[in-house]
Design a binder for this molecule. Structure first.
Ligand code: ZN
Length: 266
């Protein structure tokens, strides 16, 4: 393959050349590399393909560039990684693990957590693979509405599967309590007769229940999802207050359940 020189890593006093899978060469310094990872002390550790002074790596140029930028503590290295998109971030995270580059692994875990809502299964898979509890706890609440077959594939290992079963049942029990504890006119002093909007509260509650039925993770985003029920309840200040209290309970419902990782038998 014809190789291209990286514009960022092209120092003339470099003593190691890394080549990406897509043929870009990075001139780097062993001294800096070995500060972060013992692996780079000996080029034979990281590749089978040592041809001359060039070490061929399995990662793409995009991934290597981000990884090396972290090692060299370049400006915007973290921001660039954060903005690189989920697939690139996943590849950088895998490379960081492979090369025992702990500082990058830690940064990747933080950014992976930010994708919990968008890619909960992938984040959980990554967290389990590398045993990262914070990432597991971050992804777990977003798995509530995934099909059981999808989720079960993620938890191949028995101890994680057991933890998931326990966590899932604790969450559904808690949410069930909140959902069934819906506010109603049975409270003294306010009824259809005294409510200026007559049926603001029951209407809003029914609307909210309809949303929760079709969206099991609606507790994540009650502000947006419950916008219509909120407008309905707003027709009466008393009803509105009750409804907002219930909505708050729903929104924080899962927070009162122990984190996923606490269910893992150690
Ligand atoms: Zn009312």
């Amino acid at each position: 393959m014809e190789s291209v020189q990286s514009e960022r890593f092209c120092s003339s006093d470099a003593d190691l050349v890394l080549q990406s899978s897509d043929g870009v060469q990075f001139k780097v310094h062993r001294k800096i590399m070995s500060r972060h990872s013992d692996v780079f002390m000996d080029a034979n550790n990281i590749s089978d393909g040592v041809s001359g002074d060039v070490v061929e790596l399995a990662e793409s140029a995009k991934v290597l560039d981000l990884l090396l930028s972290l090692m060299y503590r370049l400006d915007h290295a973290k921001t660039n990684l954060r903005n690189a998109g989920f697939d690139v971030l996943t590849a950088v995270a895998d490379a960081a693990e492979k090369y025992y580059f702990d500082m990058a692994s830690g940064i990747c875990e933080v950014y992976m957590c930010e994708y919990s809502a968008e890619h909960p299964l992938e984040v959980m898979e990554y967290a389990i693979k590398h045993n990262y509890f914070d990432a597991m706890d971050s992804a777990a609440p977003w798995l509530m509405d995934k099909s059981s077959s999808e989720v079960l594939d993620t938890f191949e290992e028995l101890k994680f599967l057991r933890a998931w079963m326990k966590y899932y049942s604790a969450c559904t029990r808690r949410l069930g309590e909140i959902y069934s504890n819906q506010p109603s006119y049975s409270t003294l002093g306010h009824s259809y007769n005294t409510c200026p909007a007559e049926d603001a509260l029951p209407k809003a509650v029914l609307q909210a229940i309809a949303i929760m039925k079709t969206d099991p993770v609606s507790f994540h985003n009650t502000d947006n999802l419950f916008s219509r029920p909120l407008i309905t309840a707003a027709a009466c200040p008393t009803c509105y207050e009750w409804f907002v209290g219930w909505k708050k309970q729903i929104a924080s419902g899962i927070d009162s359940v122990s984190k996923f990782s606490t269910f893992i038998q150690k």
